[in-house]
Design a protein around this ligand. Structure first.
Ligand code: NAP
Length: 337
């Protein structure tokens, strides 16, 4: 199949490109900068094996051009960031571009059309997350934009479009070119910048397993469907402990009541808007972890697609090994500079 991967310069997109190339697909890799795509694909050894296309997904014409000639699309592009400074971008790319990409792909007859959603679109949730969990109503900006995108994807499914929705947990693993939320958290723990224990829980998936799900939904062929991509749902404090242990450090011991952390998160967001550097901590991360249910059931994904999920411990360990040993972008050194 010829597959367009949007967000190919990003964490999920670059791993997805690699997995698709390895599975024998022809890949057209899209993002706003061909340079960033090649940089993201270089560690995977597939930068020269794909066609790259520079496209801003906020306008219809370039979206249609990028999709034309492809059999299928994996739409990973989004602003997946809790950074208060990026709020103005959220609606345009996460919501409007999703409608543009899915609608245009349907119009051009692509099948399947894979939309990468997020567990945050299903929050708050009282019960374990599954692929059939209802869309949530998160009062936080990134989560809200992903919930709106989820509505759009489900609406296209109802209209008969062959849309497969893949819903990942928080994505961990090596080679994160854009230093996303999991890399940021790991780096902050390793650098001793999170002296207190974070509250709540979060569903976790390894980026390599998520990429395997994207390959599997292409070869399985029948849409519309929804799949959850989650290995397990550890406590945030357990993730901090795993990162610290992998880096040879000791875990944060200070316990702060959740309401105090929520208030501190709001204050951090206000500060963040004025600061040139990214803060580790803010309201959205705290709200998200406090409103995740303590479990998620992705057994249907394994049963249908044959994809199994490595443990959160393995995924976190590989993330930390990469962070410490990386010569790619020097993720640890970059922030220290
Ligand atoms: N990371 C996680 O923990 C996590 C958890 C749950 C769900 N997800 C979902 O997984 C998907 C991928 O996330 P990620 O972590 O891989 O994000 P990422 O590393 O930040 O990558 C985002 C990608 O989107 C592209 N993009 C952003 N704005 C664009 C625009 N206007 N036009 C074209 N491309 C644009 C970026 O390309 P350029 O900036 O180079 O153009 C980049 O390739 C998202 O849908 C996200 O919501 C991620």
């Amino acid at each position: 199949m010829k597959v367009l991967v949007t967000g190919a310069s990003g964490f999920v997109g670059s791993h997805t490109v690699k997995a698709l190339v390895e599975a024998g697909h022809q890949v057209r890799a899209a993002a706003r900068s061909a340079h960033r795509i090649r940089r993201a694909l270089r560690p995977h050894g597939c930068a020269d094996a794909v066609e790259t296309v520079e496209v801003d997904l906020t306008s219809r014409e370039p979206v249609v051009r990028a999709l034309t000639g492809c059999d299928a699309v994996v739409h990973t592009a989004a602003v997946h960031s809790f950074d208060a400074r990026r709020r103005p971008e959220l609606h345009a790319i996460n919501v409007r571009s999703t409608d543009l990409v899915l609608g245009s792909a349907y119009g051009l007859g692509l099948n399947p059309i894979v939309h990468v959603s997020s567990f945050t679109a299903l929050l708050p949730a009282a019960q374990s997350l599954t692929a059939s969990s209802p869309v949530g109503d998160p009062p936080v900006p990134c989560g809200r934009s992903k919930a709106l995108a989820e509505w759009i994807a489900r609406r296209w499914q109802l209209a008969g479009a062959p849309v497969t929705i893949v819903t990942p947990g928080m994505v961990w693993g090596p080679h994160d070119p854009a230093c996303g939320e999991s890399t940021l958290l790991a780096r902050s723990v390793l650098q001793g910048r999170l002296p207190f224990r974070l509250p709540g829980v979060v569903p976790v998936v390894d980026v390599r397993d998520l990429a395997a799900v994207h390959v599997a939904v292409l070869s399985a062929g029948v849409a519309p469907r929804r799949y959850l991509a989650v290995a397990e749902t550890p406590a945030m404090a357990e993730i901090q402990r795993l990162v610290a242990a992998a880096g040879g450090g000791s875990p944060a011991r200070l316990a702060v009541p959740a309401p105090v952390l929520s208030a501190a998160g709001r204050l951090a967001d206000l500060l963040q808007r004025m600061l040139p550097v990214r803060l580790t901590f803010g309201r959205e991360g705290t709200w998200t972890a406090l409103h995740c249910p303590p479990g998620a059931d992705a057994s249907a994904t394994t049963a249908d697609l044959g994809v199994t999920f490595r443990s959160a411990a393995e995924s976190v360990l590989d993330t930390v090994r990469w962070l410490i040993g990386s010569t790619e972008q020097g993720p640890l050194r970059e922030e220290a500079a």
